[in-house]
Design a protein around this ligand. Structure first.
Ligand code: AMP
Ligand code: GLY
Length: 421
């Protein structure tokens, strides 16, 4: 089979790495990819959002399966358009990807499916906001549409709530994505990510993971795309059955009932507080960097699972996971998530991957004059595996210690929560 992976992050390098090992696969392309995907795939210079060019390429190359990494093309309907062109693509169709594309829609699905989530209001006008805000002491104020992971404001009092509402509705800092907003009660607890393969009807949960969203150690500083992750996440130990029964299966059932079956990866961002379990958000894809610590633990053939999701035969597939934990430490450019420079030469990549139990996935990198240089905010994800979470963390940091570029930053405490438990 010929596979086309769409995207250019650490997640896509990880997917390309795994998929290239499938006995079914003869050739992998990655559009647009990065310096790392070149090692396991052929990069194609087409952006992940240029659906028309991707289809043209897929037809010309007779691609058997496209695998879509990021949310933007999914929400724009890439899977529907591939299907119309007679091509196979893994991921939810547009009206199912809406679970990530609109936070108000996600809430509507959760209410209909009786999935536990924070109390909320949806509003689209400033007058309405003034009436509603009185009902909240503290709140998360969220742009309804896609805002590249930056559309959520955590507000500790009414003043902060009103200022977030103003930024979205009056100053329109996210344009149309923020013209409708969700205000919801602020939840306390520890977050975890649960991802599942879905075929429209059947759901198979992956091993659990936990992201680290803030830029600095001890979870301080601004939010990022994710500075590291580990798997499994002890915070959800023993809750897997409930997550399946109270969250994953009800959502997939509700989507099927509406005639918009959910196929692909369903990602639930959970808040766990003792025995209480609530959903913060859904994503319509693999998480990044969660993917990089989940997929290395998968022993089964990922392509076979993806095909089963598309065909609706996931119930017949046995999915095997390795016991060893994994930990992914993200190395970012200096200044990220604010302004950062590109084009810094990266040293030590080969030394890092030479260690046993260490994998280096590229994110914002590119090849320039034969040298790997930085080309984005999140630059690399160094994954360690080992027979304990401690061993996995140590392996990841051994890898990180080999790598060097000007201004690089990484958190030093990825996985600390798991160790504390
Ligand atoms: P979301 O994109 O909805 O996951 O929000 C991004 C981040 O904001 C989450 O990972 C949480 O850290 C935080 N967050 C979102 N909603 C809430 C909430 N209701 N209570 C507390 N934190 C939240
Ligand atoms: N790591 C969070 C996300 O992929 O949305």
């Amino acid at each position: 089979m010929k596979i086309l992976i769409v995207g250019s992050g650490g997640r896509e390098h990880c997917l390309a790495w795994k998929i290239s090992q499938s006995p079914k696969v003869t050739k992998v392309f990655c559009a647009p990819g990065n310096a790392g995907t070149r090692e396991v795939a052929e990069n194609v210079d087409i952006s992940a959002d240029d659906i028309a060019s991707l289809i043209k390429f897929a037809k010309k190359e007779k691609i058997d399966l496209a695998v879509v990494g990021p949310e933007a093309p999914l929400v724009a309907g890439i899977v529907d358009q591939f299907e119309k062109a007679g091509l196979l693509a893994f991921g939810p169709k547009q009206n199912a990807a809406m679970i990530e594309g609109s936070k108000a829609f996600a809430k509507e699905i959760m209410v209909a499916a009786k999935v536990p989530t924070a109390r909320y209001e949806v509003i689209s006008g400033i007058d309405e906001a003034q009436m509603v805000v009185g009902g909240f002491q503290k709140a998360a104020v969220k742009a309804d549409g896609l805002a590249a992971g930056k559309g959520v404001f955590i507000c500790q009092n009414r003043g902060e709530i009103m200022s977030a509402v103003n930024s979205l509705l009056q100053e329109t800092i996210f344009g149309k994505a923020g013209s409708r907003i969700v205000i919801e009660e602020l939840l306390e607890g520890e977050e975890a990510s649960i991802l599942a393969f879905c075929d429209g009807k059947n759901v198979k949960m992956m091993v659990s993971s936990q992201d680290h969203k803030r830029i600095f150690d001890n979870d301080v500083g601004p939010n990022t795309g994710g500075m590291g992750a580990y798997s499994p996440a002890p915070v959800v130990n023993g809750l897997e059955g409930r997550i399946m029964k109270e969250v994953m299966q009800p959502v997939v059932d509700e989507m099927a009932r509406r005639g918009t079956p959910y196929k692909g990866v369903l990602y639930a961002g959970l808040m766990v507080n003792g025995k209480e379990l609530k959903v913060l958000e859904f994503n319509a894809r693999f998480g990044d960097p969660e993917c990089q610590c989940i997929i290395p633990r998968l022993e089964s053939d990922l392509v076979e699972i993806m095909l089963a999701c598309i065909k609706g035969t996931l119930g017949d597939v046995e999915i095997k996971w390795g016991k060893n934990p994994a930990c992914c430490v993200v190395i970012a450019a200096g200044g990220y998530p604010g302004f950062y420079e590109k084009g810094k030469q990266i040293d030590g990549l080969e030394n890092a991957s030479a260690f046993e139990g260490v994998l280096v996935f590229h994110a914002g990198t590119k090849l320039a004059n034969g040298k790997v240089t930085t080309n984005g905010g999140r630059v690399l994800g160094v994954v360690g595996t080992g027979d304990t979470i401690k061993a996995a963390i140590d392996a990841a940091y051994t890898g990180v210690s080999q790598i060097n570029f000007e201004g690089m930053q990484a958190r030093n405490d990825i996985g600390k929560r798991a160790l504390e438990r």
